[in-house]
Design a protein around this ligand. Structure first.
Ligand code: TYD
Ligand code: MG
Length: 457
């Protein structure tokens, strides 16, 4: 191949450059340029043809908006994350760490769907025999599920053409390669090329396709971010492989709400949906321990009670700030607020925080609980039994309300919590107090007030 036919693509932003550089000229990331095959202008034009097919200009109100029909997979928790089920011609990308259970979940879903429709399971990572063995272990042997062990894109497309499945799983997109490119499977060019072809196949044939993708050490789906733009739905599989609970979170969904989460437990017979997950992310202590605070998080439609743990220990000249499941920049900010506005200093201390059970908390409503857990660890005094807190903390030391605070409080009251520390705007009015019986609610406007209240508890 002539040298001018190669192009270097950034794995972080997908930008291209004709020669290799240490630093991407588009996004400034280091060591991210990878070699790929340059496309001819014709091929590029082909790529940018609208996937849905060209249509004349029309008035929005005159376009018939047919309700999208969803087919439930039969796994209620997966359907919840998908926004009701699979959609004809829809492409779903599901990412997660190796061994988290992506293949297991999709095999279960494929088997359920195969009872009512034609389903093709393309496995590039395992042999057909391995898939069969797993299916037997999961007790799934009844449905006429079609399996193809193949990694060459053209043959997979031909199989989709001839089998005409209504649901197709590609496990995984990183193992596929197209003959049109010379780079290795898993390279940026290959992943992008294969995903584009499969997306087009889904739209033209009406097959719903699920692409399994790996997650890099940095926590991003391997391959260019452009993959996330191509597909209709992006799901992330998260959770601690050492605990049995797994979360499936919708990051993007053209057919439903985002941030909806499905909860599963990994058992010896596969993944089982957890329909009432509110209390599974609490660790069980016989007596309250310092450095632990429970919060109610509400991502999607269900409130979840999650325990945040903090450990503050004397550090060296450059103390460490580490967080698992919570944003590290946010942690640094909270420590600064705690110092400036409440006079509590962790300057020469190492600070570690962790969200129990491998759950990842993204919403800022976790701030107050993180702050109180750190404060509790620092003074070596546990928060009282049945205590919980939520609320966003601002740089000025104010405690801002969390969305749908009453719902969070109701869940906590239902689970028998006794004391809640919440933002003033989230405190229920006197007339509603009956709904939170048994729960003493302290409302605060500022961080220093919150610290004062817990000191007095
Ligand atoms: P897998 O679906 O192969 O993960 P991925 O495709 O995301 O890499 O999950 C494999 C893990 O799940 C493995 O560590 C074993 C465990 N497992 C169970 O605990 N129970 C089961 O029934 C199955 C099939 C797997
Ligand atoms: Mg797998």
């Amino acid at each position: 191949m002539a040298r001018d036919k190669t192009v270097y693509t950034c794995t972080a932003c997908g930008g291209t450059n004709p020669k290799w550089l240490g630093k991407c000229p588009h996004c400034g990331a280091w060591n991210t340029l990878e070699e790929g095959v340059a496309e001819t202008p014709q091929a590029q034009r082909h790529r940018y043809k609208p996937i849905a097919g060209s249509q004349p200009v029309a008035t929005l109100s005159e376009i018939e908006a047919a309700e999208i029909e969803r087919t439930p997979t039969g796994l209620a928790e997966l359907d919840r994350a998908l926004g009701g089920g699979i959609v004809e011609g829809g492409v779903v990308l599901i990412g997660g760490d190796p061994g988290i259970g992506k293949s297991t979940l999709l095999l279960q879903a494929a088997e359920r769907l195969a009872q009512t429709m034609k389903v093709l399971y393309v496995t590039g990572e395992e042999s057909g025999a391995q898939v069969a063995l797993r299916a037997r272990r999961l007790g799934l042997r009844e449905a006429p599920l079609r399996v193809l062990a193949e990694i060459q894109l053209e043959r997979i497309l031909a199989a989709i053409e001839s089998e005409r499945p209504r649901f197709c799983v590609i496990d995984s997109i990183q193992t596929l390669f197209s003959d049109a490119l010379t780079s290795a499977p898993g390279s940026v060019a290959q992943v992008r090329e294969c995903a584009a072809h499969l997306t087009r196949a889904a739209k033209s044939s009406g097959t719903a396709i699920v692409l399994v993708g790996h997650v890099t050490k940095e926590g991003a789906l391997a391959g260019p971010r452009v993959l996330e733009h191509m597909v209709d739905t992006v799901l992330y599989f998260e959770g601690d492989t050492h605990s049995s609970f797994r979360l499936v979170r919708a990051i993007k969904n053209r057919f439903g709400a985002v941030n909806e989460i499905g909860v599963f437990a990994m058992t010896e017979r596969g993944l089982k949906g957890v329909s009432n997950p509110s209390a599974i992310f609490l660790s069980t202590h016989d007596a309250p321990v310092p450095g632990s605070c429970v919060l109610v998080t509400l991502e999607g439609t269900r409130p979840l009670l999650v325990e945040v743990q903090a450990l503050v220990d004397s550090g060296g000249v450059a103390p460490r700030r580490l967080s698992v499941g919570l944003d590290r920049d946010r942690l640094a900010m909270l420590l600064a607020v705690l110092h400036r506005h409440a006079g509590v200093s962790c300057m020469d201390q190492d600070v570690f925080v962790n969200a129990v059970g491998g759950v990842r908390i993204q919403e800022p409503a976790a701030d107050l609980a993180v702050l109180l857990a750190i404060h509790s660890s620092l003074r070596g005094k546990a928060l009282p039994r049945g205590f919980l807190a939520f609320g966003e903390v601002g740089l000025a030391g104010e405690v801002r309300p969390a969305p749908r605070g009453q719902e969070r409080l109701r869940e906590a009251a239902k689970l028998g919590f006794a004391v809640a520390l919440v933002p003033k705007a989230n405190a229920p009015r006197a007339a509603d107090a009956r709904a939170f019986e048994g729960l003493t609610i302290h409302a605060v406007e500022r961080v220093e007030q919150a610290i004062e209240i817990v000191r007095a508890l």
